[in-house]
Unconditional design. Sequence first.
Length: 140
Amino acid sequence: MARSADATTKMSTAHKDALSQGRTESLAVRKYLEALVSNKPKRGRKRTPASIDARLAAIAAKMDAADALTQLSLIQERKDLETEKASMSTKSDASEYEKDFIAVAASFSERKGIDYASWRTMRVDAKVLKAAGVRRTRSA
């Protein structure tokens, strides 16, 4: 029997609650993982605000004597350094999202079929996973 075009199906309260839970859990997990990724250590010597200031001073000193093409490169480098320096003070810390992640990680893992090793690959600390109740092995 075909359903009429104007017939609407209503979601049950349980279905709405499950959707809401999924959105809430996904948001907590996403924020935590994005904070981990944004704070991922980079290769090489770590740049400090002082080293950025020193490079900006060197760029300013070279600017007047440089030809037009070099000036263009120096302007872009200066812009990149200023952006990097500004972002140093606004990096999000994963610890501010950790509590929410711990509250939902086990349920999220079970619902999405995500195992311990996958979390570890994403740089989630073992202590955090233990606190969340995510086990190293799946229960059969």
